[in-house]
Write a protein that binds this ligand. Structure first.
Ligand SMILES: [Zn+2]
Length: 418
């Protein structure tokens, strides 16, 4: 088969990302054509993973091609090698690097080509000293102007601000914190069960971060406790016109933030262990706000609610769902709150095509729901094998294209598809 060289080059590129630069050697021995393609595509050598490559040799072969640099947090790297890598910063398009690299670079002006930045090792510099939280505030002048994808692990939101540019469309923050001091102590803070405590993130700081990113299309937040400071310091409304995906895992006090976010283009909302804090600002407030004119995400098609809601939120949840004309998929997991009674008569969320729940629901109700939906439900995953007889099972299969049992036994034995 004769494919254009550019297609081969693209495939080789994917291979280098996956298996490292060693992937190229056997390719070059395969035939003259492939050898020529490898040698005439310097950007293949620009995919550098410290710890899986020959950095100096690779940089020679990469010439002035764009560089995608990965420096794992675990890798040890000689100072001289680090300096060589830093000298190529103007060619970076992708960088997954420790924070200390950015401190040395000192300005976003040197990172004009950078599209994707992923920061880790936030706490320690190369000499093992703790990095202060205002590290970028004092000297970092401009954010990288073409940055689109940004993620940070254990970052202090306060120090992120000078790096954030309005070109960012994708933001991921894992274990972000807002604390000015004590970050290292907090990082190592574990509770009695050995689970890391959620770092605290003041609401006004988080609002300030998203307000800087009007083009955001995807926001991922994981493991943090949003804390409310003075009510007046957080804005009442932040419009993110383009936000399509919100992914929240283990976030406390989320309603403080969500009830302020106006996200009319939202298509996917995944919320996991994302409950209210001890105050009375719960999901109920979010659903009330998101039911207002101009706030309803009319294109929302995928909704995951796992260990989020309480019984008192349910009437507001139901009223909100009623306003979502495009809802196709619902993943439901809530202790002691059944979802089927709400969906049983088939009127609410009539657009629903896929329903996944992990709680034990009354099988007769499930069957009635499937009947009332008149074949519109395509996929159903629910624990049911111990709950029904053969006739019930047969009727269920006649009503729904794909039925999976979500009970623990079926999940573990892989027998879940009927
Ligand atoms: Zn089962």
């Amino acid at each position: 088969m004769d494919l254009p060289a550019e297609v081969y080059a693209r495939v080789f590129e994917i291979g280098v990302w996956k298996w490292g630069i060693g992937f190229l050697a056997p390719l070059r021995l395969t035939c003259r054509q492939w050898n020529d393609i490898v040698l005439s595509t310097p950007r293949l050598y620009g995919i550098i993973n410290v710890g899986r490559g020959y950095i100096r040799k690779q940089l020679d072969l990469a010439k002035s091609a764009p560089i995608s640099l990965t420096v794992p947090s675990s890798s040890s790297i000689a100072e001289s090698t680090e300096n060589i890598l830093l000298s190529t910063a103007r060619n970076w398009i992708y960088a997954d690097i420790p924070v200390r690299f950015l401190i040395t670079i000192g300005s976003g002006n040197a990172l004009g080509g950078l599209q994707s930045l992923h920061l880790h090792s936030w706490f320690l510099d190369s000499k093992g000293k703790e990095i202060p939280s205002d590290v970028f505030d004092n000297f970092w002048e401009t954010a990288p102007k073409n940055l689109q994808y940004f993620s940070a692990m254990n970052a202090q939101c306060r120090s992120l601000r000078p790096l954030l540019t309005s070109s960012i469309i994708d933001l991921e923050l894992h274990r972000p914190t807002g604390r000015d001091s004590d970050s290292l102590a907090q990082y190592h803070h574990y509770n009695y069960w050995g689970r890391a405590l959620r770092p605290r993130l003041p609401l006004d700081l988080m609002c300030d971060v998203v307000r800087r990113l009007p083009r955001l299309q995807r926001l991922v937040l994981a493991h943090a406790e949003l804390t409310r400071v003075l009510e007046s310091s957080a804005p009442a409304r932040i419009l993110l016109e383009r936000l399509e995906e919100l992914d929240l895992t283990d976030i406390g006090g989320i309603a403080h933030l969500l009830s302020r976010l106006q996200v009319p283009a939202l298509r996917t909302l995944n919320a996991n262990q994302t409950s209210s804090d001890s105050s009375n600002v719960t999901w109920k407030v979010v659903f009330m706000q998101w039911s207002q004119e101009g706030w309803i995400p009319l294109e929302l098609h995928t909704l995951e609610m796992a260990a989020c809601l309480e019984a008192a939120d349910m009437p507001y949840f139901e009223a909100w769902i009623e306003r979502l004309p495009e809802l196709l998929r619902l993943y439901w997991d809530a202790e002691d709150i059944d979802i089927i009674p709400m969906l049983k008569d088939g009127k609410l969320a009539s657009s629903l095509r896929e329903l996944n729940t992990v709680g034990y629901e009354d099988f007769d109700d499930v069957l009635e729901m499937a009947r009332n939906r008149k074949g519109t439900l395509r996929v159903l995953s629910i624990p049911y094998c111990g709950e029904c007889n053969e006739a019930g099972k047969a009727e269920m299969l006649s009503l729904v294209d794909e039925v999976k049992c979500a009970c623990l036994t079926c999940q573990m034995t892989g027998m879940s598809t009927v």
